[in-house]
Design a protein around this ligand. Structure first.
Ligand SMILES: Nc1ncnc2c1ncn2[C@@H]1O[C@H](COP(=O)(O)OP(=O)(O)O)[C@@H](O)[C@H]1O
Ligand SMILES: [Mg+2]
Length: 402
């Protein structure tokens, strides 16, 4: 047994720096996002000028994997450094609102981790905020609060972060905010309330082939030894990721393909390893999650995926998807269910996190609301492929028939 362990520890690896492909790694450069980072810097420049008593609130918006979190974290690292050269103290703190879901949770963490408050127990939000403002004033510093996935927090809490500090110290704002959100959620949940308080909305588009190529070439160089990937194999990864315009898609394929190569003790990553890796990525889409779905729910998932893919839109409605659903049923020669049942399938998919459903208000219609369907992290293409595969194995025995 020992030998197996030892052999595997000694074994060759294609990775030069494996952790550079893991989530949470921030590369030194973010090629093709220089312009957006420059825009952030220009927006926040007033905080550095001596009389800067402004607060700057900016939103970064875009689909999954386009670099929203990365540019915010990059800026969060570099901006305070630049400010300190001009004798300004800027603190920049990042929160993912999936992990810190309320204003209280954020304030408590902020004060105990970044402002030496021993314990936040027993304080109200107002007391905590007041303590925060006192601290900022004492240090003569400015806080940039980065709220990622800000829609989870909601516009009310965000607005309190914007308004309340203003009432503490007349004429001086000491808190600025960078909001990050996917576009659909931003439009549905945040836009209406916040837009007039935002100095700028920076919208990131998905990466095209040329951009993806530059990004993945750089990331592969960081991660792998020099002769691991041939240009052809790298192109294969680039072309898969370009379909979803999502850099994370490409990075996760590189990582998984590298792991497969190490497992097989191969010095190279082959096209076949990339194909295998492609089937693994998107851990959000654990096979078991899909395997639990009923026939009609799989049809519904395919319908959502196709709808978003074919129309090249990021969000859709129940009515729109229902038309796609009927076509999918027809292809599999099954009778489509009524719209009520279809709605229930949509809810099942939303509850398990495979798709995302938000209810937005329709401004033209008083008290009008409509459900907006999006797919969060999983590219439509991937969702469709996985569901189609599963259908053929589970319900139609297509593999057996061959
Ligand atoms: N321009 C870029 N250069 C290098 N890596 C990038 C770039 N854009 C995105 N990435 C990488 O792609 C992955 C997804 O980026 P991320 O910032 O998390 O996207 P988002 O927050 O928009 O979903 C991360 O691993 C990130 O390091
Ligand atoms: Mg992100």
């Amino acid at each position: 047994m020992n030998n197996i362990v030892e052999r595997n520890l000694r074994g060759r690896t294609v990775f030069k720096n494996e952790s550079s492909l893991l989530r949470g790694f921030l590369p030194d450069r973010l090629p093709r996002r220089e312009r957006e980072i420059a825009r952030l810097a220009r927006n926040f420049k007033p905080l550095i000028s001596k009389d800067g008593a402004f607060s700057v609130n900016v939103a970064i918006i875009g689909n999954a994997g386009v670099g929203k979190t990365s540019i915010a974290q990059y800026f969060s690292k570099k901006f305070p450094e630049a400010a300190s050269k001009k004798d300004r103290t800027i603190k920049s703190v990042y929160y993912n609102c999936y992990n810190y879901r309320t204003k209280s949770a954020i304030l408590r963490h902020l004060l105990t981790k970044h402002f030496n408050l021993f314990s936040a127990q027993g304080y109200s939000d107002t007391e905590l905020l007041s303590d925060l403002m006192t601290n900022l004033k004492k240090e003569d510093s400015h806080l940039i609060l980065i709220l990622d996935e800000a829609n989870v927090l909601g516009s009310e809490a965000i607005l309190e972060f914007i308004y309340l500090p203003e009432s503490f110290e007349f004429g001086k704002s000491r808190i600025s905010i960078i909001l990050i959100s996917r576009k659909t959620e931003f439009n549905a949940l945040l836009q209406v309330h916040l837009s007039e308080r935002l100095s700028e909305k920076i919208e990131l588009k998905g990466y095209n082939e040329e951009e993806m190529s530059e990004i993945l070439t750089y990331r592969a160089e960081l991660a792998f030894h020099s002769d691991v990937l041939t240009p052809e194999v790298l192109d294969q990864v680039i072309s898969i990721a370009t379909q979803t315009q999502n850099a994370r898609h490409g990075i996760e394929i590189l990582y998984n393909a590298g792991k497969i190569a190490d497992n097989e003790q191969s010095p190279h990553i082959t096209p076949d390893m990339v194909r295998k890796a492609k089937a693994y990525v998107y851990p959000e889409l654990r096979p078991s999650l899909l395997e639990d779905l009923k026939l009609d729910e799989l049809f519904t998932a395919i319908a959502v995926a196709r709808n978003l893919k074919h129309e090249k839109v990021v969000s859709t409605s129940i009515d729109w998807t229902y038309d796609y659903y009927k076509i999918v049923c027809e292809e599999y020669e099954k009778k489509p269910k009524a719209k009520v049942t279809f709605r229930r399938s949509v809810d099942v998919l939303a509850d398990s996190g495979i798709i995302n459903k938000v209810v937005e208000s329709i401004p033209e219609v008083k008290r009008g609301r409509r459900a907006v369907i999006t797919i969060q992290e999983i590219p439509a293409q991937v969702l469709e492929e996985k569901c189609t595969d599963l259908l053929s194995i589970k319900f139609f025995n297509i593999e057996d028939a061959n």
